[in-house]
Design a protein around this ligand. Structure first.
Ligand SMILES: Nc1ncnc2c1ncn2[C@@H]1O[C@H](COP(=O)(O)OP(=O)(O)OP(=O)(O)O)[C@@H](O)[C@H]1O
Ligand SMILES: [Mg+2]
Length: 435
């Protein structure tokens, strides 16, 4: 950098420090008198004692003249009267190609404590969704490398899909498969609210070295403050936006949106919002569409997004599941019954929908998919009769066909974790079943 640049920076520098004082801490919420700051701004709390690290916090509301702040970190050594310093800026993270292959936290720092690579640029973590009129129409297929998805639930570049499932039905495994095998340029994977143990398991087993090589993993585990979990979702989305605007085809995978909503619920309740359905506060339902609408296509690149949604006891009408299903362009339902039978990936094809599939695939592909679905549906409708032997062959041609093709279709839909199949190959396999 030239000397003039330094001089210019000094001229533009704001040499005043805006400070306030902590007056009260209740649970997660800090009340302070001053400094001058607006909602979303980052402030630093100076704990008591020498050489103590400043604690970053964010302004989430105000009460009369007092600021309400939430910390990004635990409130160790904070006492009445501690100073609060305003930065006058919302949260920014460092982004760039140097982060590829790294596991980072919600503030963009490598989790293994290593220094950030050189050449990164600052980027705001919170942005507005693109103008709806500037969004191109989704028209190109993306290959996920998962046979059942590529043939029967085709996903488009820039589509946003919800993966709805209970616990232990194969969400992480499925995301890992897509990360390793899809033809996107880069994966941004947000692990929000997971147990610490699961993070390592995911990175080592599900993603593996070849998956990590083309991914950035953002982690906010369940023990972190609610604000960090919330920011994890923003950071991962911002990273995806950065790469999309650089012309990449990005896969964003967020596991799970439900935990993001729960973090926002914690923040909302602490800030004094009233609880509504299932204790979720109104801000949860305001923030979800804003977050999920940030992904998708723009004229430069694409973010294809996979958001997992936890469904307790397979209750798909739970408020978060219901809201996200309404926002996204498709939902894949992982079925515990299929997982119990060892039919992995446990996607219940009949209950799942890809809303943009008809505009992506050829007429022949679409009619083959419809035919496969109808055979599966016919078998399922008559399953009990067939299994107790009450159905006599020859009664209905449709049911006869459904019976004879059923095991072949099921065999086709099964896919081992390490089985790599391109979209073209998968379609060929389906065609060769001779349905
Ligand atoms: N394609 C597959 N082939 C074989 N087994 C699979 C497959 N997918 C998932 N499984 C099995 O299902 C188990 C649970 O999978 P996974 O950990 O991905 O579920 P999850 O929904 O992420 O669970 P949690 O809710 O605990 O995060 C795995 O340990 C694995 O044995
Ligand atoms: Mg998991």
């Amino acid at each position: 950098m030239k000397v003039e640049n330094y001089l210019q920076s000094i001229e533009q520098m704001d040499s005043y420090k805006r400070l306030g004082k902590i007056q009260r801490v209740i649970g997660l919420m800090i009340e302070s008198q001053g400094p001058e700051a607006s909602i979303g701004d980052v402030c630093y709390i100076h704990p008591n004692g020498l050489n103590k690290k400043k604690i970053p916090a964010e302004v989430v509301g105000f009460n009369n003249e007092k600021l309400l702040l939430m910390p990004y970190d635990s409130l160790k050594d904070v006492a009445p009267g501690c100073l609060v310093e305003a930065t006058g800026q919302p949260l920014t993270i460092k982004v760039g190609r140097g982060l590829i292959g790294k596991v980072i936290d919600s503030l963009g720092k490598p989790l293994d404590g290593s220094p950030l690579p050189k050449g990164l640029t600052s980027y705001p973590s919170e942005q507005n969704p693109p103008n709806p009129l500037d969004r191109p129409v989704i028209k190109d297929q993306i290959s996920t490398g998962v046979k059942s998805i590529d043939t029967l639930l085709t996903v488009g570049k820039g589509q946003r899909v919800g993966i709805f499932a209970g616990s232990g039905v194969g969400k992480s495994t499925l995301l890992g498969m897509i990360a390793r095998n899809s033809n996107a340029d880069i994966n941004i994977i947000a692990l929000i609210g997971e147990r610490g143990r699961e993070v390592k398991e995911f990175v080592q087993n599900d993603l593996g070295p070849e998956g990590l090589e083309r991914s950035i993993v953002v982690v906010a585990t369940s023990d972190q403050p609610a604000l960090m979990r919330m920011k994890g979702a923003y950071t991962a989305t911002a990273l995806s936006e950065y790469f999309r605007d650089a012309g990449y085809s990005v896969n964003l995978m967020m596991d799970s949106v439900t935990r993001v909503a729960m973090a926002q619920r914690e923040i909302g309740l602490a800030a004094g919002e009233p609880p509504t359905t299932k204790g979720y506060t109104p801000s949860v339902f305001a923030i979800l569409p804003k977050l999920l609408e940030r992904t998708g296509l723009n004229e430069k690149g694409s973010i294809t997004a996979f958001y997992t949604v936890l469904v307790d006891g397979d209750d798909f009408n739970e408020p978060i599941a219901d809201t996200t299903r309404g926002i996204l362009d498709g939902h894949f339902i992982l079925d515990r019954k299929l997982a119990e039978q060892g039919r992995f990936p446990a996607i219940n094809v009949l209950k799942s929908v890809s809303r943009v599939m008809p505009q992506l695939v050829s007429g022949g592909h679409l009619s083959l998919a419809t035919r496969t679905r109808s055979l599966l549906a016919t078998y399922e409708e008559n399953q009990e009769l067939i299994q107790i032997g009450a159905y006599k062959r020859g009664t209905s041609r449709e049911i006869d066909e459904a019976i004879s093709f059923n095991s072949r279709i099921i065999q086709f839909l099964k896919q081992g974790t390490n089985e790599q199949v391109s979209d073209g190959e998968a379609l060929k396999q389906l065609e060769n079943l001779g349905l």
